[in-house]
Design a protein around this ligand. Structure first.
Ligand code: NAP
Length: 249
């Protein structure tokens, strides 16, 4: 009786640790995009499943009793695939998603936009923007070759960035002093980010507020319907319930 965790987030790693600690059989699945990922404990698999059919096949052949979609709030495709595969196989699915920043004390002062293209349009007047939107989304900003963009990513993108840009490669969590320093050192006038939520990358928002740096924030995409919890403890309790459900003993 295996629990499959679709991972790539800190919450996914924490859930794997909690379940393995309780003696459960867990496999965490990673897309395999990050060069040197922080690995969860327990079983691992890497790479895509091959769409809905591939995921459904994996669930059945690997005797998965329940699975948790703990992927990043902006990883839309894999979540859609998970919902479809759950429907197709009848294997219970839970979404574990950290709360977004809509309740942040400064949220009403930010410019909320629906997608990356709208973020670029909203930031057009910025002279020295700071982009923390993931490496793939940087493509949308390539027309900003005329200005000193600072972009922060985990791994370098596989396309060429304008020479005028500064690329920072690092992995969170980030502290308030670190974020404050970046905004000052690069004389940032606009932060463009996604509503990733959680505490690991929230310090930049407080630093931006204190330094009067405007914020453009990309709202979370719409998610498939289904059961959602916000904490690892709730997700672990749900997994335990599924593993003890009649017919799964
Ligand atoms: P995506 O667009 O939703 O997924 C694209 C394809 O990648 C999926 O159809 C699937 O391929 C494969 N895939 C994605 N996550 C997978 C996983 N956990 N295990 C196995 N295959 C996976 O995903 P994305 O936005 O590129 O994100 C990729 C991974 O990075 C996710 O696991 C996510 O948690 C993590 N991440 C994403 C972001 C972000 O901003 N998007 C930020 C931090 C971490 P098949 O169809 O072949 O199965």
């Amino acid at each position: 009786m295996t629990v499959l965790i679709l991972g790539g987030t800190a919450e996914a790693r924490d859930l794997a640790a909690a379940l393995v600690g309780a003696g459960r059989d867990v496999v965490s699945s990673l897309a395999g995009r990050v060069r040197d990922p922080t690995l969860p404990v327990g079983g691992l698999r890497f790479g895509g499943f091959g769409g809905v059919a591939g995921l459904a096949n994996y669930l059945l052949t690997s005797q998965v009793s329940a699975f948790v979609d703990a992927t990043h709030p902006f990883a839309v495709q894999i979540s859609s695939n998970a919902a479809s595969a759950a429907q197709r196989t009848g294997i219970p699915l839970l979404r574990l998603e950290r709360p977004g920043w809509a309740d942040h004390p400064r949220a009403s002062s930010w410019t909320w936009v629906p997608d990356v293209e709208a973020a670029r349009a909203a930031g057009e007047g910025s002279a020295r923007p700071f982009l923390t939107i993931g490496r793939q989304s940087l493509r949308t900003f390539l027309p900003w070759a005329d200005r000193p963009v600072t972009a922060r990513v985990v791994d370098r993108p596989d396309f060429i960035l304008p020479t005028y840009w500064t690329l920072l490669t690092s992995r969170g969590p980030y502290s308030y002093p670190q974020e404050h320093r970046i905004l000052i050192d690069h004389r940032i006038d606009l932060l463009i980010t996604k509503d990733s939520g959680g505490g690991h990358t929230a310090a930049k928002l407080a630093a931006a507020a204190d330094l009067h740096v405007d914020v453009v924030i990309i709202a979370r995409p719409v998610r498939p319907e289904g059961s959602v919890v916000a904490t690892v403890a709730e997700a672990k309790a749900w997994c335990e319930t599924q593993l003890h459900a009649p017919g799964r003993a």
